[in-house]
Design a protein around this ligand. Structure first.
Ligand SMILES: Cc1cc2nc3c(=O)[nH]c(=O)nc-3n(C[C@H](O)[C@H](O)[C@H](O)COP(=O)(O)OP(=O)(O)OC[C@H]3O[C@@H](n4cnc5c(N)ncnc54)[C@H](O)[C@@H]3O)c2cc1C
Length: 362
């Protein structure tokens, strides 16, 4: 039996209103599934599991309930969150929170890896602060977990293409931009693999390629060159689990385990150290962890490992500064793409926001 898998699992929070409005626009909001703001964790070394349920409203009542807190933490530990109020642009998540070992391993690390796809000793603390201000600090209503009922193809890709077709907008697949010819500080020509397109000064070009492509078009531009891998491994196995739709893994190679109808998917963020590992080696290691989580005694099932080596740039203070400094673009060129929203991480929400900003839509 064939199953459909998403390359990335793509977790969305209910705070992502640009995403929600986009789904409304393309008519796919009904294909979304919204889960309670309850986050389940499993510690592989300690072999224990626990959950945090974020209450509605900005006051964090959940922290006051001992049974709802991260094990071995007291209310006083959470006062360390206040450090964010005085965080500097250069601070990394480790600079602020590494000292509190339990909160660091059980909260800051999984959050930072999941949201910024960057290691805590490199990830920008102010970027994490901006995410928390939009989500956890506003309460559970903004931390509901959104997943597609079926898959992202049915929720985003197919409805987007249908929407574009209906509005008579062409999508040229397999048409790769090779060169941007600039004359007198205006884009004059776009050279594709199949053809080229003359551009007038009064035209506007929106370039929404990944940041890694920019250097190719503008070789002298100084931009971040460090990228981080996201690795997903999909196991063709069904499990019965009350902790839907995902479980955070601690003290393990696996970071997040997504439970799907006909398979399970494991995400490892900032997985650069596994770039050269074979799929077989990765599958065996991760299957061991997953077997412990679900108490399975099955041999390794069919699996698919997908490494996205340039999933995001390394979202460090230094790299964010480089993006902020990008100037001297041709006058009829606008940059778009998730990475251009420098106050927020590289996510689908940022990608949509960048599209709206480039068209100056509210
Ligand atoms: C494995 C994985 C997991 C992720 N998980 C999450 C998550 O949980 N939540 C979340 O919100 N986000 C997640 N993301 C990030 C999210 O997918 C991105 O933020 C989003 O897709 C960025 O959209 P974009 O349009 O900016 O760039 P992209 O989606 O990268 O689109 C850029 C497009 O440009 C095209 N292109 C590149 N070069 C050229 C060229 N020379 N000529 C023509 N076209 C070109 C590419 O083919 C591509 O279609 C994840 C990403 C990955 C890879």
């Amino acid at each position: 039996m064939r199953i459909e898998i998403d390359n990335g699992n793509h977790l969305i929070f209910s705070a992502n209103d640009n995403f929600l409005r986009f789904c409304e626009l393309i008519g796919s909001k009904k294909t979304l599934k919204m889960y309670d703001p309850k986050f389940h964790f499993f510690d592989l070394i300690k072999q224990n599991s626990w959950s945090i349920k974020v209450n509605d409203g900005p006051f964090p009542f959940w922290m006051f309930n001992k049974n709802n807190r991260i094990p071995e933490t007291s209310l006083i530990d959470y006062l360390s969150f206040l450090k964010l109020l005085i965080c500097k642009k250069n601070d990394t998540v480790s600079d602020l929170f590494f000292n509190n070992k339990i909160l660091f391993t059980s909260f800051w690390e999984p959050l930072t890896l999941g949201v910024l796809n960057s290691r805590c000793d490199q990830a920008s603390a102010s970027l994490i602060f901006n995410v928390l201000k939009k989500t956890f600090f506003r309460g559970g209503k903004f931390c509901r977990i959104i997943q597609p009922q079926q898959n992202w193809n049915e929720t985003l890709i197919k409805p987007s293409l249908k929407f574009l077709k209906k509005n008579k907008i062409n999508v040229n697949f397999n048409c790769s931009l090779k060169k941007i010819i600039v004359k007198n500080n205006f884009v004059n020509e776009l050279v594709f693999n199949k053809n080229s397109e003359k551009i007038k000064n009064e035209d506007m070009v929106i370039l929404s390629t990944p940041i890694s492509m920019l250097k190719k078009f503008f070789p002298t531009m100084i931009i971040p060159t460090e990228n981080n891998t996201i690795l997903n491994i999909h196991f063709k196995v069904t499990v019965k689990c009350k902790f839907n739709p995902l479980i955070g893994m601690l003290n393990s190679i696996s970071h997040w385990v997504f439970i799907k109808k006909d398979h399970i998917s494991v995400t490892v963020s900032a997985a650069n150290s596994m770039n050269d590992s074979s799929s077989d080696e990765i599958a065996k290691k991760i299957w061991q962890e997953v077997s412990k989580l679900f108490e399975l005694e099955k041999p390794l099932p069919e699996y698919q490992v997908i490494k996205e080596k340039k999933a995001t740039y390394n979202q460090s203070p230094k790299n964010i500064k480089l993006i902020e400094k990008i100037r001297s673009l041709p006058k009829n060129l606008i940059l778009a793409g998730d990475w251009t929203q420098k106050n927020f991480p590289c996510t689908i929400e940022s990608a949509i926001l960048s599209g709206k900003n480039s068209l100056m839509i509210n």
